[in-house]
Ligand binder design. Structure first.
Ligand SMILES: Nc1ncnc2c1ncn2[C@@H]1O[C@H](COP(=O)(O)OP(=O)(O)O)[C@@H](O)[C@H]1O
Ligand SMILES: [Mg+2]
Length: 488
């Protein structure tokens, strides 16, 4: 069984930050997880941002044939070219550490969005779900199963039309480091079911052990995981809850999910959407949609029905008097928004037009300073990480236990020190922090949503006070969904 790298947080101690590796200057750490760390970097010649995922050499030494497998998987992943999949630009090895060079995705993860907003509207769910299907369909056509689809691995970039999906974290490293051998669907000789490394909350029954001897994991496993993601978008929570990784796997194997409308009756979840979600969550993969493309078409149909329903709704066709009242309300709203941008410490109500009440009511637009409250975490249970196999007849794990991570590895020899860029340096004073916040608000008014989100992330990276950090996070969320106001 693969082990997680235990890298303590704290960027100041990270020897890679502010360094140069080959053509890249490493700016900041943007994610740490089971397989290593992900950094935002700048390509020094192209002056373009990139995301660098680094897998430390120690992990490879611990798992037999991991390097060969990693390289083979990278050769497959580099073929993925689709607007809804993160682009893998390059791959290199420096002092034994493996670097994946990826397109840098501006935005937030669906997990962050769900934490901030709770349940989403039918339109938002369909927009995100359809794009997930498009990206997965492309990968599946190439014989690649993601294996770890979850809200953490769905990045959302804001655009004028609404969030654009980029699926990240294809199982390049995971397939190499787990005893589960490959991400290829078609090559039976390379496929074996064994220990699986991923998020048990989002695992399919097949990953939990339902495959019979001779059967292979296939694309329908991703459709189950996507069903869980759709479920979470619809309800703000997952159908199952357990204290342990093995508990989750057992639930995926044997427990019927409660229908979303039973979990959250007050949300009036679209019955058509519910049918689609529950079909994804069938234990028997033969009962699910046959492909990501078919699921995508079903979601498009739900979206069309939803749009037609909203257009029929009386609130959408105001007569003259309501129109005038509506115009006055809009004017008032705009005035409130302008006032908020410059004075109010709380976020304006979400701009997104939803078919039903949002799970988390928007905060009242009061101008006086108010304590900032966090939206409740929809899924409070901590994510169990690496899990043993949950096959009904478990086989002994042949994986040697990797040596514990030694003290932080020194930077590779060819890495030249470089001072960290000023943009992420901490604030010198409260005044400087307040001024930076105001500047970011101003920036938002003058730039497109993706640039504005990138700018808010820079602001957050400098470590503002919790209250300002919360407001920055809310702005990122509003900007991510903002385009949806034109998408009923
Ligand atoms: N290409 C990217 N662009 C921007 N952020 C990214 C990118 N890839 C990863 N991240 C960030 O790093 C985090 C961890 O990356 P991921 O590839 O999912 O690794 P892990 O194996 O640790 O889950 C993500 O949740 C995301 O916040
Ligand atoms: Mg991930």
């Amino acid at each position: 069984m693969a082990q997680r790298i235990d890298i303590p947080p704290g960027e100041a101690e990270d020897p890679l930050i502010g360094r140069r590796v080959r053509d890249f200057s490493i700016v900041e750490c943007i994610g740490r997880g089971g397989m290593g760390a992900v950094y935002r970097a700048e390509h020094l010649l192209l002056r373009e941002p990139r995301a660098l995922k680094v897998i430390r050499a120690e992990l490879f030494r611990a798992v037999p044939h991991a390097v060969e497998r990693f390289e083979r998987e990278a050769r497959i992943a580099v073929k993925l070219r689709h607007p809804n999949l993160v682009l893998l630009h390059d791959f290199f090895v420096e002092d034994g550490d493996h670097f994946l060079v990826m397109e840098y995705v501006v935005g937030q993860s669906l997990a962050e969005l769900l934490r901030a907003r709770g349940a989403l509207s039918t339109a938002e769910i369909c927009r995100i779900g359809v794009q997930c299907c498009a990206g997965l369909a492309h990968a599946h056509e190439l014989g690649i199963v993601h294996r770890d689809l979850s809200p953490e691995n769905v990045m959302l970039t804001p655009t004028a039309e609404g969030p654009m999906v980029k699926i990240i974290d294809f199982g390049v490293a995971r397939a190499a480091l787990s005893q589960e051998t490959t991400t290829r669907v078609s090559d039976a000789t390379l496929t074996r079911v064994g220990d699986f490394v991923g998020k048990p909350r989002y695992a399919s029954p097949e990953q939990a052990g339902s495959l019979r001897p001779g059967e292979e994991l296939d694309a329908r496993s991703d459709l189950y995981s996507l069903g869980l993601v759709l479920y979470e978008m619809a309800t703000g929570a997952l159908p199952f809850r357990s204290e342990s990784a093995v508990g989750y796997l057992a639930l995926h194997l044997y427990q019927e999910p409660p229908p979303p409308s039973e979990l959250r009756p007050e949300l009036n979840i679209s019955p058509a959407l519910e049918r689609v979600i529950l079909r994804c969550l069938e234990k028997d993969r033969a009962q699910r949609f046959a492909s990501a493309a078919e699921l995508g078409r079903a979601l498009e149909e739900v979206s069309r029905e939803n749009r037609a329903r909203l257009e029929r709704a009386p609130a959408r066709r105001p007569g003259r008097a309501p129109l005038a009242a509506g115009a006055a309300a809009v004017a008032l709203g705009l005035a409130a928004l302008v006032a908020w941008r410059f004075h109010s410490p709380v976020s304006p109500p979400p701009l997104t037009e939803t078919a039903r009440a949002p799970a988390t009511p928007p905060p009242a637009p009061v101008p006086a300073p108010a304590p900032v409250t966090r939206a409740p975490e929809p899924v409070p249970a901590p994510e169990p990480t690496s899990v043993p196999t949950a096959r009904v007849t478990p086989k002994p794990s042949p994986a040697p236990v990797p040596a514990p991570e030694p003290a932080r590895k020194p930077a590779p020899a060819r890495v030249a020190p470089k001072p960290a860029p000023a943009a992420t340096s901490p604030f010198g004073s409260d005044e400087e922090m307040d001024a930076a916040f105001e500047a970011a608000v101003q920036f938002e008014a003058e730039h497109g949503p993706a640039d504005a989100v990138a700018n808010w992330k820079k602001f957050r990276a400098r470590g503002p006070s919790p209250a300002l950090d919360e407001r920055a996070k809310r702005r990122i969320t509003e900007l991510t969904l903002g385009g949806m106001k034109t998408f009923p």
